[in-house]
Design a protein around this ligand. Sequence first.
Ligand code: AMP
Length: 394
Amino acid sequence: MKKTVRDIDVNGKKVIVRVDFNVPMKNGVITDDVRMTAALPTVSYLLENGAAVILMSHMGRPKGQPDHDYTLKPVADHLAELLDREVVFAASDLVVDETVRAMAKKLQPGQVMLLENLRFRPEEEKNGENFSKELASLAEIYVNDAFGTAHRAHSSTAGIASYLPAVSGFLIEKELQFLGQAVDQPKRPFVAILGGSKVSDKIAVIENLIEKADTIIIGGGMAYTFLKANGCEIGNSLCEEDRLELAKELQAKAQAKHVKFLLPVDSKLGDRFAEDCATMFAASREMPAGWMGLDIGPDTIRLYEEAVQTAGTVLWNGPMGVFEMDAFACGTKAVAVALAESDAVTVVGGGDSAAAIKKFGLEDKISHVSTGGGASLEYLEGRVLPGVAALEDK
Ligand code: AMP
């Protein structure tokens, strides 16, 4: 267990907090502030408990040099509205310099300051020692609440923790609690639903979950590599020819561990990869040549819904079909709704499945939707996240 802001005295202290304010922007306007609102409980807690708060984040990919298209100034303005208090913006291309140090020194309990985009400095992504020290020099306590970048060892997520007492914020605490419980102490049966385009991206997740889950359900483009490995003709569906052996091995491993491994029994096919293509349904053993599987079919939906209905824990990562096209969004929507209606503990990995939950307006009906796509995937692979490992143990 990692220490959190609750485990240390922040009263009268300067606290530097790594948040994930990497928000989508269009023409200088923030189009979705959910990442900012997700950090508010930690920021408010620190302010209410007498800390002076210095926030830091990256935004976009400014290539390790100042690029004012990626300034955090609009984020500072919006944060001031959300917190209903002044937010001092430290507008320095160097992120930390003499002026910023002086501003930090002057900061009083209850005041908030936001640093400029961390990625204006090339050292940030290299976990540069000097930059880590520069950031640490601004404060007395370090808090990490940026789960979305916790799988990266950067100056602001890992290096800085060597120089200050380091604890997690509430967002990282919640992520670790839900992901950790789902994977390591699941209420059983534990059903893991994995989708997305490629088997190769999910091998480590599948291998890790074979050790932990009772049922593994496969959907999305990667299902067709498994189906072909099992002798089905899959037409023009996605297939990783060099993973056919692996697909067989993974199923054999699951069988040896008595883990149910469910593949689509039918699909919705298109005659091309396009929204306006001709469509048809076919059983997995009867897919015609020239067509491609772009979504799971109705019998598969029923099968997967049943597995969710009887589960104690459901973990979902990756869409069941090309959900960006309405014609092939049915399977993904059905799984999302099944999770929303289930009494099980439901945990959705970030990225596309989180986007799908949002698209269908079901966020409030899921136990936990992760804020970090890459980070949650690495966690599900059983890997240690550097941004978490750097924090102090309880
Ligand atoms: P990933 O990038 O691996 O997380 O996979 C997500 C992408 O997989 C989404 O953009 C989906 O459109 C795509 N996808 C899901 N199912 C299929 C499928 N059957 N064929 C092709 N692409 C798919």
